[in-house]
Design a protein. Sequence first.
Length: 133
Amino acid sequence: KYSQEGVKIAGFVSLPVFENKGKIGYDIVINKYSKEAERRRLARNSPFGDAKKWRGFWFDELVFAKIEGFDFGQCDIFLIDEIGPLELVDKKGFYNAAKRVYTTFKNTITVVRSDCLEKFCETFGIKGDKILC
C-alpha cells in the first residue's frame, strides 16, 4: 500500500520456508525502492554449504555480510525483520547491519520478539517513546 502512495521502503525480511508441511528454515528478502532486490537462503534446521550453527539453526554467514554492505539507497522507511537473541545476546547475525541502519535512517520499523524488547532498546539505545507494540 505504501509503495502505491510513493513511500519508498527498503530493508530486509525473514520469511519462513516450508517443506512437506514443516518449517525447515528462513529465506531473507532484501528490498530496495519498495521492490524485491534479492532473495537468499538465510537459515535452515540442517547443515548446508558453509553454513555455521547458532541457536538451533544453520546460517549462511555471507547473507549477514551482504546485508551489512548492501546499498539500500534512500528510503522513507527502513524495515528490519527481525532482531532477536542472535543479535542482542551473541552480537552476531544482523547486529552490525542494524547498528548502521539506526544511525543512517531516520524512520525504521523493526520486528522484535516481546521477550527481547528491553534488551533491544538497551542494545541500540532506542527510547520508549519510539516503540509501538
